[in-house]
Design a protein around this ligand. Sequence first.
Ligand code: PLP
Length: 377
Amino acid sequence: MLYFDYNATTPIDPAVREAMRPFLDQEFGNPSSFYRLGRRATETLTEARESVAQLLHATPREIIFTSCATESITTAFLSALEAAPEKRHLITSTVEHSATLELCQYYESCGYEVTYLPVDREGNLSLEQLENSITPSTALISLLWANNETGVIFPVEKIAAIAAEKNIPLHLDAVQAVGKIPIDLQSIPVSYLSLSGHKIYAPKGVGSLYVNRHVSYTPLLRGSQEGTRRAGTENVASITGFGHAAMMAKEKLSSEQQRLTTLRDYFEKMLMRSLQGVHLNGEKASRLPNTSSLTFDKIEATAALFLLDEKKLFCSAGSACNTQSRTPSHVLSAMGCTLEEARSTLRFSFGRFTTEIEIKESIKIISSVVQKLRSLA
Ligand SMILES: *Cc1c(COP(=O)(O)O)cnc(C)c1O
């Protein structure tokens, strides 16, 4: 199997699974219980919180565990909006993950005004437009750190400076950035930041929300757990896995960043060498080390996915969510791609278990599939 869809989800790292195992077996205690089985569960939550905090250069009490990044994003919005009920304007971008976009649409239906900042052909945001869109009524700016479809990285340092200067809460969706590029919340101050376990080799169904200790917070689920900030008996095993994954991400960050950049550059260069009419989306932008969004002239991406699937090569057309609905990617559309270009685009995203041999093998398979589809057209 050639798995090139790490941005959709990652496999669980075997070391993460090992760290979780005791909490799926004998250490099944409820962290709220007094006896030592419960205390052991509390300890592992503390360790996990420290690991996630260290990865972000945050403090442990700024980390809240959630069920997924979607929940984290939703809670960040709720917190910012409840803190300033008179403010009825939100700023986001046209290329956000659907978790953010659909939440913004919901708030629009509640009477909020939402500015969707456009991007240019490379997927870059205009900081001037961001600044100009801020009004006295702006309650929150919510933007991606890095895009899940193209890997394009937003200039978060400058975004954070603008938000701080105008005193507007900033939420960043760092789901794709974390573990791939450094995140230092000491040097880039934000109000809220969302992470997901299953994008960093932990299981699905766990995430976290960073809440800067100086900003206000409103729980989505009310009750005693997580210091009354997120109720529901803690998902002890998954949180343990998430903490272990965060620790591993920190350890491997710089070596993986280099290794994946080399593999990705080779992949792109060789595909462009062996095939005509291949275009790299976000080519001139600053990008994540692991993501290649490539448009192949004169092919249907969905047909390519089918043939690649037969060769056990798994990648995606746009985002995982778009593949089923067959609507062209909103990200590529926002970047000015035509419908045809968007429908001819494949996303390859690599990760910890991607090897050079796999990359070489995939170049042959992709080239032959594209040639086959073009010859049929
Ligand atoms: C996967 C993803 C999410 C959603 O994460 P879940 O934990 O699955 O809710 C949000 N934003 C980005 C950029 C993502 O890639």
